[in-house]
Design a protein around this ligand. Sequence first.
Ligand code: KG4
Ligand code: ZN
Length: 335
Amino acid sequence: MKNLILAIESSCDDSSIAIINKDNFECVFYEKISQDLNHNAYGGVVPELAARLHSEALPNILSKTKPFFDKLCAIAVTNEPGLSVSLLSGVSMAKTLALSLNLPLLAINHLKGHIYSLFLKEKIRTELGILLVSGGHTMVLFIDKNKNIKILANTMDDSFGESFDKAAKMLNLGYPGGVAIQNLALKAKEKNIKFPIPLKHSKELNYSFSGLKNAFRVKILENEILDESLKAELAFGFEEAACLHILDKLEKLFAIHKFKHFGVVGGASANLKLRTLLARLCEKYEASLSLAPLNFCADNALMIARASVDAYENKEFVSIKKDILSPRNENFTRL
Ligand code: KG4
Ligand code: ZN
């Protein structure tokens, strides 16, 4: 029986392929090759390097999936949003596979993929509030009962994850910065450095991390010697202010929208302080909280594969002869 979908994710700096059984959501193959170490020295993702690394990693992973080829019923690929040169690596491979194996092609929005990371083994839940925090996005969403996606809040400048990356770069912690800042903050013995929580006294429901980033830079410049204990204290103060900013606006949104079910997704949803604060908020508002498994918060092809099962059922096939690639977030109105 042909009931497997092969999905490719290469929107940024992770090369990943997953194969899912569309009838029971079972993952029969999964591999991801991260480029973190390659970009570490640059303090951020270098697009040209990312593309070249995808061109090596993706065929390496794909070569292991050949035993499943005769059971495939479709090929899926992340086509938006992301770095164009990175997206192109996956899209070209997916089109070639679809053509040579004579299979339909599914184009999956990366952010929808992150939402599906909450439902890797189950049907999706609607009427759900979502906090999406990744390297490029910080949004609060609502998925209504017809699967329409409503954006309730967005960032006006940097994203939550990106602000961690920039703070880490200022402390020479390398890339990616989120986990580096989190781990350093855990070592803080002194916790006296406080950063202002952005837009704390404003009615604004959107996010802004640029002021916090600047306050962090100024605080670093104030200190001539940055020893390990001071760095840890700075990291603690930064993480706390960033997480409290997320919570402050979210609390206002909870008061308005009265979410009964809430979920958090995206690479930065692995942040443990954020998870703890969200659990408290949901308890206060008597909402259930869904978290993606820690190892599937960051970019991965399994979330794309899971999203592709619903796209397959809805027959959302795309032509291999059309340009399906978009660096922007164009197809994000309905799950
Ligand atoms: O979703 P993702 O893997 O890639 C994008 O789609 O952008 O998210 C990556 C982002 C990076 O900015 C990374 O620093 C951040 O997620 N991140 C974290 C943590 N782990 C990853 N940010 C804060 N705390 C973490 N523990
Ligand atoms: Zn992502």
